[in-house]
Design a protein around this ligand. Sequence first.
Ligand code: ZN
Ligand code: ZN
Length: 375
Amino acid sequence: MTDTVIEIRRDLHRHPELGFQEFRTSAKVAEFLRQSGLEPTEGIAVTGVTAEVRGDQPGPTLMLRADMDALPIEEETGLEFASQEPGKMHACGHDLHTAILLGTARILQAMKPSLKGTVKLIFQPAEEGPGGADPMIKEGVLSNVDYALGLHLWSDLPCGHVAISPGPVMAAADTFRVKIHGKGGHAAYPHESADPIVAAAALITAMQTLVSRNTSPFDSAVVSVTQIQGGSADNIIPERVEFSGTIRTFQPSTRAALVKRLHEMVPSLCQSYGTEGEFQFSEGYPALINDPVPCRWVAQAAEQMKLPLSAQATMGGEDMAYYLQKVPGAFFFLGAAPDQAERVFPHHHPKFELDERAVPLAMELFLRCVESCLK
Ligand SMILES: [Zn+2]
Ligand SMILES: [Zn+2]
């Protein structure tokens, strides 16, 4: 299936679509599934597609999930199959995830007589935001599912390296906004104003203690301020400043503690500078928690294939987390870094590339996991 999968991948790569706009992609997915003898259901959470490979013998249902969406980035790889859509690019590898799961589906369909159970294939929209997993679950895709598996190809792991660990492996990815209201005025008469810029500077500095002083050294968390707006001229103290950023945590208790601390810190510190501060929190994807049983299937498959195996956790977010809140499952990484170091770029970079030699390895990993689950 490798050549077919690479051909599909390159077609999807030429025609990237953003979250909940994956109409061409999902039509291609459904068409390929039908050609493989499956009966796909389309239009779940707008563009999501599912299908089931029902084994001839009874057994559990294992869900395999791929994401389909691209990113609003102008591609600069210069690849022969580069994006033909201005300002859109598959810069996270979801084109490969989709193509790999299609190839896996066709092989599984041919294995039906020996399958003890069902493999449910899920092609979901909008992983990059606002999230397709949660609406697909609300439309019932998990109703008969016992276990779930998802894969992410990874550009900073050497091609063929597998990374999997039980427990929390990707962070809860929340966002926040702070609004500081001061009293504007002439920059030459600061004593007649309440300067929100100085309050913002003090507050951002104080926020650096949330991780270093309020979080256990044995736990992980990130608080990053990523945008700041305020002021309009060199000689004016502005009336207001706003800034925003992200909070990443693994443990729900750490997440709650940081949010509580920010709710206290923002108004009180701003008040001490004569300004008024408001903290707004908005919940993102939850932390992704792997179950040890499916992790063992992945590790065993990697060992059988003699692939290097390591543990990996990242502060990135992933909406696969929603499925794993409901059913035991695992999300694992397969290295797909290009051979030449100068062609290795991080995910979401305009020059992001993955090595297609990961394709047959990814399909074999999925198939071996199916074997372990539906044995
Ligand atoms: Zn991404
Ligand atoms: Zn991704």
